[in-house]
Every structure is written in C-alpha cells, then in structure tokens.
Design a protein around this ligand. Structure first.
Ligand code: XUL
Ligand code: CO
Length: 440
C-alpha cells in the first residue's frame, strides 16, 4: 500500500524552480569542500515527529491527517513502517532516527513490549535491505510512561532504575540489529522539580552508574555505535542534569565517561539554555565532543521547546560553520527533530517541511564554506588576537611567564591600546555572503 500518492520523488531543480515539491538549494550530488552535500549533511527523519506525532498540544487534541491512522495497534505500527520507507525514498533522505515507542506500541508487560519491538524491528530490517536509508541513531523513551514520573536512571525508585536499564539494554540490541551508527541518551526525566525532596548526589551517582553499564553492555554485544548525550536545560523537568554541553561535559569527566560519549546538540535546547545554537556546537567542537545534531529551531517569543523546522539561514550558516570546522560530523548527522505546526496537518506538509529544512542547511553549508575559504571570520579573529603572536602575548600562551613577570611588564606600560571589535562590519559582511552565495 502507498500513502503519499500526491507526491513523487523530490528532485533538485535549482533556485528558480517554483515547484513546491523540489529542492531549490539542496543538490545531493553537488560537491562542497570535497564531499557531496548528501555526504556532508547526513540528514535524518525523526520518526516520532513525522510518522507518530498527531498534533496534540496541552490545550488541544490531534489535528494531523495521516492515511495510516485508519489502523490501530500493531497494524498501525506496521503501516507506519510502510509509510516511513515510502517517505524516506521519495525525499531521498539518507538516515532516520527513532525511540522504541515510536515504532512499536508498549505491551502490558516489558516482555510483551519487547516482542512488539522484535516484530517491527524485523520488518524495518527487511525494508532496509531494499532502501538506501540507514539508521542514524535509535534511543528509548524513558520519559513518557507514568512509571518514569520521578525519573528513570535518576529515579528515587530502584525498580524504575532497573526497568529503565532493561529498556536501554533492549535499545542497544535493536541498534546493533539495525546497524545504528549512534545511540542517543536524552534524559527527559533525568532532573528534578525541587531540591526539597531530592538527593542530588545519589541521583547523579546513579546516572553515572547507568551510563557505565550501558557502555559495558554495548562492548559486550559488540555494538560499536557512537554514544551521544543530548543536553537540554529544562522541560519536562524544571532542572535537567544534562543542562547544556558544558554541564554535560563536566558530568562525563567527573564520572570517567568522557572517552565514551559525545554530544547530540539540538538547536532549540541550546536556546532554552540561554545559548545560541553555535555556542553549543563551538563548546563541543573545541573539546572534541561534537557528535551529532538535532536540527530544528525555537521561537524566540516562546519559552518552551517548539521544535520548528529550521529555516533561519543565519543560524544554519553559523551552525554549518562549526560543523565544517569540526571536519564534518563523522558518524553523526543532521536529524530533523522538528515537527510541522499543528495547523500544517496534511501529509504533504511533511515534505514541505523537510524540503525547507534541507534547503536551509544546504544554503548554510555553501555560505559557511565560502566564509571559511575567504577567511572572513578567521581574518577578523587573527587580527583581534594578534597581541598573542608577539612579545608578552607569546610568553603567556607558551607558559613562559608568571605573576611577578606580568606585574613588572604591566608596571612598564604607559598606555593600553585597544582595537574595535567590528561586530557591525562582520554582520554586514555575513549578510553580503548570504545574498551573494546564490547570485551567480
Ligand atoms: C526532546 C528531544 C528528544 C530527543 C530524543 O526535547 O529532543 O526527542 O531528541 O529523545
Ligand atoms: Co532532540
């Protein structure tokens, strides 16, 4: 059975195209910086938003019109797999990502849930044989079910800790079975509402123990995926332990886990933490911890996670700047952890949304590469930090000085000369690059 009968394969038609079902900027075969766009960008479809979500929000019921919704239970799960692979193929997307509960319904026992999963995983495996779309990452949902009301690995309840561990164990087995390139941990309930009833030290220690057990089990079953922590500061808990990259990195270092994990950085999580997307990417990159990206954008007017498809070209450019400087994302990719708006309820909107996101990152890639080729930002930075290239500056960076010598030097200074940061000039230059990139 087919589900997207109004849509054929999405092709690159160039920026002059008026066909809404065509890429204007994403040309999978175009080579940028030695790699094709397809290889560089490694786009992924998020199963939960695209195949499973129904448009409910805290104030309203479902709005999404999905041709597979005439089914229920395991039949629905199977229909979604059929529809998913049709969607992947028509979009020409190289990857997808899922949580356990996105692909198969939970049963009344853990054993039954695992059986449901096995059935659907077998089906996905079969589909993958005839598809070029691979699994970027999988994860398990240890946050929606009421058993996770007080957390999962950081729950006060040891039975819940065990249940969460069993789900991750299964998740690792599923990841291995389907050849996942990464495995993600987003701690949706790993945090707290109030310190008044929380043993923060025990919860963090348990989280550390949990991750070590996951690393050990992956080794045991020979699952060599890159492990990724996805930071988020809040929502659903008031305070989440993986607040941002810096906090997550300190946690990994404290618990001896930094060699086994990198970060999956989500744009909207960055902004919720009071950072820019590129700040999180930069912090991870300079610490050798940039693993993968959840590509989306938030609404600066709202204080929660809106998971919009990324269309802000300024942001995709600065994000791609960090990704290129990182030498690409390695085994990671750009997973659209993005949802169509509740009012965009037609199946076709799923194509429009992904086309918008893929085109936006293609623009970002090309503009960022041009900024790098022309040393635009590097040039400004070189000039701005030139004081560390000579005299006392060299002594500081080479560790050849101390407070006594610095005091002596400072006492001899008659005048400290400053230079302009040139921010407005830099922004105007970036605008020029954005507009020029596709003018030729
Ligand atoms: C929630 C979120 C998750 C993770 C995977 O904000 O981003 O969907 O990406 O659990
Ligand atoms: Co995410």
């Amino acid at each position: 059975m087919t589900y997207f009968n109004n849509v054929t394969s999405i092709k690159y038609e160039g920026q002059a195209s008026t066909n809404p079902f065509a890429f204007k900027f994403y040309n999978p075969e175009e080579v940028v910086a030695g790699k094709t766009m397809e290889e560089y960008l490694r786009f992924g479809v998020a199963y939960w938003h695209t195949m499973t979500a129904n448009g409910t929000d805290p104030f309203g019921s479902s709005t999404m019109v999905r041709p597979w919704d005439k089914f229920s239970g395991m039949d629905l799960a199977k229909a979604r797999v059929e529809a998913a692979f049709e969607f992947f193929e028509k979009l020409g997307v190289p990857y997808f990502c899922f949580h356990d509960v996105d692909i198969a319904p939970e049963g009344s026992t853990l054993r039954e849930s695992n059986q449901n999963l096995d059935t659907i995983v077998d089906m996905i495996k079969d589909y993958m044989k005839n598809s070029k779309t691979k699994l970027l990452w999988n994860t398990v949902n240890n946050f929606s079910h009421p058993r996770f009301v007080h957390g999962a690995a950081s729950s006060n309840n040891a039975d819940v800790f065990a249940y969460a561990a069993a789900k991750v164990k299964k998740g690792l087995e599923v990841g291995k079975e389907l050849g996942a390139e990464n495995y993600v941990f987003w701690g949706g309930r790993e945090g707290y509402e109030t310190l008044l009833n929380t043993d923060m030290k025990l919860e963090l220690d348990n989280l550390g123990r949990f991750f070590h057990m996951a690393v050990d089990y992956a080794k045991e079953i020979d699952f060599d995926a890159q492990f990724l922590i996805e930071p988020k500061p809040k929502e659903p808990t008031t305070h989440q332990y993986d607040f941002d990259v810096a906090t997550g990195h300190a946690f990994l270092l404290n618990y001896g886990l930094a060699d086994y994990f990198k970060f999956n950085i989500e744009a909207n999580h960055a902004t919720l933490a009071g950072h820019t997307f590129e700040h999180e990417l930069r912090y991870a990159r300079i610490n050798g911890m940039l693993g993968s990206v959840d590509a989306n954008q938030g609404d600066p007017l709202l204080g929660w996670d809106t998971d919009e498809f990324p269309t802000d070209l300024y942001s995709t450019t600065l994000a791609m700047y960090e990704i290129i400087k990182n030498g690409g994302l390695g085994r990671g990719g750009l997973n659209f952890d993005s949802k169509v708006r509740r009012g965009s309820f037609e199946p076709e909107d799923l194509f429009h949304a992904h086309i918008a996101g893929m085109d936006s990152f293609a623009v970002g890639l090309k503009v960022a590469q041009k900024l790098i080729d022309d040393k635009v930002l590097d040039g400004f930075a070189e000039e701005r930090y030139s004081s560390y290239k000579e005299g006392i500056g060299i002594d500081i960076v080479e560790g050849k000085t101390d407070f006594r010598k610095l005091e002596e030097y400072a006492l001899g200074l008659t005048e400290i000369k400053q230079q302009s940061g040139r921010l407005e000039q830099i922004k105007a230059t970036i605008n020029q690059y954005l507009l020029r990139a596709f003018a030729e």
